[in-house]
Design a protein around this ligand. Sequence first.
Ligand SMILES: O=C1O[C@H](COP(=O)(O)O)[C@@H](O)[C@H](O)[C@H]1O
Length: 243
Amino acid sequence: MNDDIELLVERDADSLAAAVADQLVSSIAALQAQGHVPSIVLTGGTIAGSVHRMVAARSDDRVDWTRVELFWGDERFVPADSGERNERQAREALLDHVGVDASRVHPMPADDGTVSLETAAAAYADEVRDRGFDIVMLGVGPDGHVASLFPGKPSLTVVDHDTIAEADSPKPPPSRISLTFAALNRGREVWLLVSGEGKADAVASAIGTGDVTATPAAGVRGTEQTLWMLDEGAASRLPPDMR
Ligand SMILES: O=C1O[C@H](COP(=O)(O)O)[C@@H](O)[C@H](O)[C@H]1O
């Protein structure tokens, strides 16, 4: 078992999303109060959608969203207006409602038909080069994938690049860009957000075995904190003393 991680378990998906939203707003506010411009990595996925909506609902004058740098941990390489874009999900639920500074929003490239997936991934590596992140939020798939790092893929062993081009994702759409562990693990705090019993095996495997090839989520670590934020369903196959 990994002893360098922390666990927070909430009753259900709504309470989990509310807890994440509260923590995100207060962390950003605290960093800004110290004169810092927080750097946040957003995720896509089901729980992220709820978190984004709840953050938008909680945003008041505690957070100056024009002074937040926003990145993504992974993205689907599809046209910019596609409903499959993690960027679009975040814009519609959060960014369009809180008044961000467009120059501080760093989406991964969309497929506009002019550049290859590989070129687009390399362009995002330039965007994040040498950057650290205050908070990296990540969803986890039922197969244990994190960002677009999937079980058994060569991308799991990339240490000398900050991004990878995934042309054959087992989860549609097939073409994706992802930060690598090398980039994700520059986060001071990494938060893994997981809800539902369908992900309980992935959570138990990531936390219990640490086998990155089988369960990529096991491979992320914040430099200061690695926090798994779960609901009771997602935590249901952890050993009882951990829940
Ligand atoms: O494809 C993706 O999946 C994961 C998890 O999504 P979920 O719907 O099972 O919660 C997500 O974190 C990732 O950003 C996304 O591209």
